[in-house]
Ligand binder design. Structure first.
Ligand code: MRU
Length: 350
């Protein structure tokens, strides 16, 4: 996302509503929407108007602030109960990105910390916590981007998948894309192959858009071209983000990430996963326990209302897959670069 006013509009608190740049309309239209009910914010998360693990967390945090604003309760306990219900409701929007649950837990803790205090004080505590989550997330993305940039050579051809840029995080750098942006800022020549990322095209619509705006060399490919590109053009690294990382390093990310990881291994290219520590779910032993979101068949059978498959065909539409840790060269986070065995290196981040 271009620096300046644009990224400040990806997610914003508007006093009585959560402002979102509607990512379903990009790249053809930059339109801000206002979610002034929890239902409209839930719908915005579900339908990917705001998407990407860290961005979902920040949006949900402001959603809890909104729940507080909407409550008419004057009694502190009733107010807190209504806000807790708002947290529970927002938690049902999407299952895979753990940042959603991480942010909601922090908001619940802020509520608990102001327990019994007047409603106005509880509202202030919620807003302060949401602002803190946002500010930390912005700092963390820039830090991990700087760590990751050092892993790229002076001249590097990389493949990335989905969108793990500023749009996915509510800031400028994002995670995997931040690694690329920071490397380019430091004078390295980075050429990026952008997987279009079927079925919702986060790669072509969002990543290509962000890279072009940042002036980074980007070439769009269909997902099924990655193997051919690696074999014929040569690729120095694969970099993608994460929605949830288990304690052993198994990583859930956008569907197609696993295939890319297998290809990277077959071609001897390192695979870097870039994600904040808030994306690591230490409660899960392995990726087998990560809930994988399944989405509507219509996302596969057509595009924006135009059918591309016969009516009635059976569809399987998992939104994420899990890349086993053995395919991952390193996991880049705000504290530095973690190498295998990940159970130990990630464990030290707790
Ligand atoms: O379904 P999406 O668009 O929310 O999926 C997003 C991804 O898979 C991203 O790669 C991931 O959330 C990392 S974002 C920094």
């Amino acid at each position: 996302m271009a620096r300046g006013t644009a990224e400040s509009r990806i997610i914003s608190w508007q006093g009585n509503a959560v402002g979102l740049l509607d990512q379903t309309l990009l790249p053809r239209e930059e339109k801000e929407i206002l979610c002034d009910t929890l239902e409209s914010l839930w719908e915005a998360i579900k339908s990917l108007r705001v998407r990407g693990a860290p961005a979902i967390g920040v949006a949900a945090a402001y959603g809890v602030v909104l729940a507080g604003e909407l409550s008419r309760a004057e009694d502190p306990e009733t107010f807190a109960e209504e806000v807790r219900k708002g947290c529970d409701y927002l938690a049902t929007s999407r299952p895979t990105a753990v940042n959603l649950f991480w942010a909601l837990d922090r908001m619940r803790a802020a509520l608990e910390g102001s327990r019994g205090k007047p409603v106005s004080v509880q509202r202030e505590a919620l807003l302060a916590q949401a602002r803190a989550i946002e500010a930390e997330n912005n700092a963390v993305c820039e830090q991990l981007s700087a760590h990751g940039a050092k892993l790229l050579a002076e001249e590097a051809r990389v493949i990335t998948h989905c969108n793990a840029g500023g749009l996915a995080c509510g800031n400028y750098y994002g995670t995997a894309l931040g690694v690329i942006l920071k490397a380019a800022e430091s004078g390295k020549r980075v050429r990026v192959y952008v997987d279009e990322t079927r079925p919702l095209l986060q790669g072509s619509r969002l990543t290509a858009y962000e890279l072009l705006r940042a002036g980074v060399e980007a070439t769009l490919i269909c997902d099924n071209m990655a193997g051919h590109v690696m074999r014929t053009q040569g690729v120095d690294a694969v970099i993608f983000g994460a929605d949830r990382i288990a304690a052993n390093g198994d990583t859930a990310n956008k569907i197609g990430s696993y295939s890319l990881a297998v290809l990277a291994k077959a071609h001897g290219a390192p695979l870097y996963v870039a994600a904040p520590i808030s994306t690591i779910d230490f409660s899960l032993e392995s990726g087998a326990q990560i809930p994988i979101e399944e989405r509507a068949p219509a996302e596969v059978t057509g595009w924006q209302g135009h059918p591309s498959a016969p009516e009635g065909v059976a569809v399987y539409n998992p939104a994420f897959d899990v890349t086993p840790a053995e395919y991952i060269t390193a996991i880049i986070c705000e504290k530095g670069v973690c190498y295998p065995p990940f159970r130990e290196s990630l464990g030290r981040l707790r």
